[in-house]
Design a binder for this molecule. Structure first.
Ligand SMILES: [Zn+2]
Length: 281
């Protein structure tokens, strides 16, 4: 009986019949909230590569001391329920081990945010403009530099109040406009914007819809985005340290007043940057 129970426990962790040792998998938090991330740690594991899949996203875990560590996001509009997190561990001898954990995806409460845009600003939201600009940015968000360039918690890019949080259900000029995919920080035009963590500048451009835009690559599939800027103080290719000024804020593009839109992308999925400010990821 005891032996059967042990085998059952082993199979909970490991769905491969070749598996000799069950790896300890730590998922934090244990509930996957809409618009947030979960971290995945395989403790003290010898491996050549660890790849994962969750909610139709594919990602890698990276070596972190004796462990393998990865981050994956939950889409803001993900249907609540139970979903499998699948990991494939490739051993140094080429053998693979599959590990599955079923996780609960739960609802985050997103309030409504109503605001008005004058016609000259509103017309910049035209589908062809937004799609073209987003395509330019998105191909960079898909780049996964294996080096981790961030360290510890993220700083706020400006020390001011949040005027619209992540995931807010926007109503623009009286019509539903989906969820807000970043955090708006209420800063006067010309305020210095800091890099919240170390990274490389991969995009600097004046765009119509997003206004003055910078994208930082923090490595391992993690990027941050800065919209509506008035002046750039960094160039593509610059290696930026945590706290360094990268730009001045502004009111360019689709904006109802001076502010910074700060976005966070995890394997090309927008998630709440504040989770990275509050916790060490
Ligand atoms: Zn925004």
């Amino acid at each position: 009986m005891k032996r059967h129970f042990f085998i059952f426990l082993l199979c909970l962790f490991c769905s491969s019949s070749f598996c000799a040792v069950a790896a300890e998998l730590v998922v934090d938090p244990e509930i996957a909230w809409q618009g947030k991330i979960i971290t995945i740690r395989l403790v003290s594991i010898e491996a050549e590569q660890v790849s994962g899949q969750f909610l139709n996203q594919e990602f890698y875990c990276y070596r972190s001391g004796d462990d393998y560590y990865g981050v994956v996001g939950v889409p803001v509009n993900q249907k609540t329920g139970y979903y499998d997190l699948d990991l494939i561990v490739t051993r140094k001898d080429g053998q693979t081990q599959a590990i599955t954990r079923t996780l609960k995806v739960w609802a985050t409460k997103f309030p409504f945010s109503k605001f008005w845009l004058p016609p000259a600003r509103s017309k910049l939201r035209a589908k062809e403009i937004v799609e073209d600009e987003w395509a330019q940015i998105e191909k960079l968000l898909l780049v996964e530099d294996k080096t981790k360039n961030w360290d510890g918690r993220f700083l706020m890019p400006a020390q001011k109040r949040i005027s619209q949080g992540f995931g807010h259900r926007q109503i623009i000029n009286g019509k539903r406009n989906g969820n807000h995919r970043g955090v708006d920080i209420a800063v006067l035009s010309g305020t210095e914007i800091m890099a919240p963590n170390g990274g490389k500048v991969v995009f600097v451009k004046k765009l119509k819809a997003f206004g003055g835009t910078i994208v930082l690559d923090h490595g391992q599939g993690i990027h941050t985005l800065y919209f509506h800027l008035s002046k750039f103080m960094a160039e593509v290719g610059d290696e930026i340290k945590k706290g360094e000024t990268i730009a001045l804020s502004g009111n360019s593009g689709v904006s109802s007043g001076a502010h910074l839109h700060w976005g966070m992308s995890v394997h090309n999925l927008r998630v709440d940057p504040m989770q990275w400010v509050r916790n060490e990821i």
